[in-house]
Write a protein that binds this ligand. Structure first.
Ligand code: CA
Ligand code: CA
Length: 110
């Protein structure tokens, strides 16, 4: 990959994640006793923490911020990025177990 493409790839990924977070805006999600995406453990998710999570999803080491990895499987995938974005938008106040909608149902906004 040419170096000039890396920032474009990163920005495109962040835009996609933010758009999905807005589309699926839901109750704040806290899994495993921590707020997903809250790398600094201060009960809020900031843009720099979302960037860290996106970077982990793109291949950075997960130990950069283990709070991006909601299920502790050593990877950060799209649903975890969405949780982090939702927590950034709505706060870390709720205690909700991540769920997957039943087959045939689509997530609803609010
Ligand atoms: Ca934080
Ligand atoms: Ca994970």
């Amino acid at each position: 990959m040419r170096p000039v493409l890396a920032p474009i790839r990163w920005a495109a990924g962040l835009v996609v994640v933010c758009a999905m977070g807005l589309a699926l805006r839901a109750t704040p999600a806290v899994a495993q006793g921590f707020c997903v995406g809250d790398c600094s453990d201060n009960n809020e998710v900031l843009v720099n923490e979302l960037i860290i999570c996106v970077n982990i999803a793109l291949g950075a080491p997960v130990d950069t911020c283990t709070h991006c990895d909601a299920n502790g499987d050593g990877m950060v995938v799209i649903n975890e990025l969405i949780q982090a974005v939702n927590n950034a938008l709505s706060g870390c106040g709720g205690v909700v177990t991540p769920t997957t909608p039943p087959v045939g149902e689509t997530p609803t906004a609010e």
